[in-house]
Write a protein that binds this ligand. Sequence first.
Ligand code: HEC
Ligand code: HEC
Ligand code: HEC
Ligand code: HEC
Length: 205
Amino acid sequence: MRKIFLLLTIVSFAWTQSFDYVGTNGCKTCHKSSKKGAQYVKWSEGPHANAFETLKSAESAKIAQEMGLKVAAYEAPECLSCHATGYGNGGYEVKDASFWDQKTEKGKPTRDVKRMTGLQSVSCEACHGPGKSYKSSKKMKAIFIGKLDGKTVGLEEQTEQTCLACHNEKSPTYVKFDYIARSKEMAHPISAEMRKELHEKYSSK
Ligand code: HEC
Ligand code: HEC
Ligand code: HEC
Ligand code: HEC
C-alpha cells in the first residue's frame, strides 16, 4: 500500500512539474480589455498583486523577527510559499542582484527578469495553474468553448480549496476565510452577454 502511495506521489509530482510558469506578462496581453472583463486590470487593483510588496513592510519585518527567520521576509521560504507564485515548484525563485541587473542591449529588463517579476505576488498562475502550455490563443479558445479539457494543458479549476492553500492557519496573520464573500472581492468575470458572443464567435470557426 505504501509503495503504491509513494508511486502515486511521484507520478503526480512529475505531472505538476511538466507545466511551466510564464508570469503575469504572459496573460496581460490578452486579458486586459474591459469588454472582456479586464482580468489583468482587476487583478492589479485587487488584494493579490501587492502580496510581495507586503513582505517588505515594517509589519512583515516584525513578524519575521518574532519567528526568528534568518533572512528578510521577502527572501524567506516561510513567507514566499504564499506571497509569491509557484515558489519551490518551478515558479518564483530568490535571485541575487546580478540576476536583477540583467538588461537587454536596449537597456530594458531581460525576458528572464520580466518573467521573475511577474511571479512575485499571488499572480494569475497561482490560481489558474502554470500557463506555458495553455496560453496560446488557439488552446484558450478551445478550452473556452469546451473543446479542450483545460486540465490536460495545466489550466486548473478553481474551488474553495484553491484559496485554502494559502488562506489557512499557517498564515501568521490569519483571519477566518469566508469563501463566498472573499471571492466577490477579487472576481473578474466575463459578462454573460460577452460570454455568449464569444462562444458563438469561436465555435463558428
Ligand atoms: C494569446 C492570448 C491569450 C493569452 C496570452 C492568455 N489567454 Fe486566457 N484566454 C484567451 C482567450 C481568447 C480566451 C477566451 C475568452 C476570451 O476571449 O476572453 C481565454 C480564456 C481564459 C480563461 C477562461 C477559460 C474557461 O474555462 O472558460 C482563463 C481562466 C484564462 N484565459 C486564463 C489565462 C491565464 C492565467 C493566462 C496567462 C498564463 C492566459 N489566460 C493567457 C486568450 C489568451
Ligand atoms: C498563493 C496564495 C494565495 C491563494 C491561492 C489565494 N490567496 Fe488570497 N491572499 C493571499 C495573500 C498573501 C494575501 C494578502 C495580500 C497582502 O495583503 O499583501 C491575500 C489576500 C486576499 C484578500 C484580501 C485580504 C483579505 O483577507 O480580506 C482576498 C479578498 C483574497 N485574498 C481572496 C482570495 C480568494 C477568493 C482566493 C481563491 C479564489 C484566494 N484569495 C487565493 C494569498 C493567496
Ligand atoms: C486568487 C485567485 C485568482 C487569481 C490571482 C486570478 N484569478 Fe482568474 N479566476 C479566479 C476564479 C476563482 C475565477 C472564476 C472561476 C469560475 O467561475 O469557475 C477566475 C476566472 C477567470 C477567467 C474567466 C472569466 C469568465 O467569466 O469566464 C479569466 C479569463 C481569468 N480568471 C483570468 C485571470 C488572469 C489573466 C489573472 C491574472 C491577471 C487572474 N485570472 C488571476 C481566480 C483567480
Ligand atoms: C499559508 C500562507 C501564508 C504564509 C506562509 C504567509 N502568509 Fe502572509 N498572508 C497570507 C494571507 C492569506 C494573507 C491575507 C490575510 C490573512 O488571512 O492572513 C496574508 C497577509 C499578510 C500580511 C498583511 C496583514 C494585514 O494586516 O493585512 C502581512 C504583513 C503578511 N501576510 C506577512 C507575512 C510574513 C512576514 C510571512 C512569513 C513569515 C507570511 N506572511 C507568511 C498568507 C500567508
